[in-house]
Design a protein around this ligand. Structure first.
Ligand SMILES: N[C@@H](CCC(=O)N[C@@H](CS)C(=O)NCC(=O)O)C(=O)O
Length: 166
């Protein structure tokens, strides 16, 4: 299966993803998005990725399941690496994105049992640091969900941000 990667040559995370898939021999197609020409803010790209940022992988959750986690316990084999942490935190960030619109985080991950099991492995391998570091992001998702129900509700982001320090 070929992974579609939307990327910019001026974006460091894009370059990291490109080098990773090339070194790992993962079949992929690169689609160049010009940040300078603001193609990432154009309606075609926003339809694809409403966040308007690069890198972006189409069907990313499916790709993580079938391409990145198909052999071994972790992304680069049976040992955890920084690739697992970067990817797991990126998946966790869907909590905030989907608290404001679209399906919730649990619904998004519902059909991805391999992905969920890997997320649990990453968290438990890095316990207690992983859950502690993610506390603010998870709390923010809860507060954003309240705001979705009541647009007048104003979450206290300063207090939420401080949670991970305690
Ligand atoms: N956490 C994201 C960060 C992506 C990101 O910040 N991309 C920047 C370029 S490095 C971007 O697309 N900026 C465009 C914008 O914000 O309008 C990732 O690692 O993929």
């Amino acid at each position: 299966m070929t992974v579609d990667i939307y990327y910019s040559t001026l974006s460091s995370p894009s370059l990291a993803v490109r080098v990773f898939v090339e070194v790992a021999g993962i079949p992929h197609k690169l689609h160049s998005i010009s940040l300078g020409a603001e193609e990432n803010r154009g309606s075609d790209y926003l339809k694809l990725n409403p966040l308007g940022i690069v890198p972006y992988m189409k069907r990313a959750l499916k790709d993580i399941d079938s391409v990145f986690l198909h052999d071994g316990q972790f992304v680069a084999g049976d040992e955890i690496s920084v690739a697992d942490l970067l990817l797991a935190v990126e998946v966790e960030s869907l909590r905030a994105q989907d608290a404001t619109s679209g399906p919730g985080y649990d619904d998004l991950l519902a059909d991805h049992s391999r992905l969920r099991a890997w997320m649990e492995r990453v968290a438990s391998r890095c316990e207690p640091h992983y859950d502690r570091a993610l506390r603010s992001m998870r709390a923010m998702a809860v507060e954003l969900a309240k705001k979705r129900d009541d647009p007048a509700y104003e979450p206290d982001f300063v207090t939420i941000e401080g949670l991970s320090e305690s």
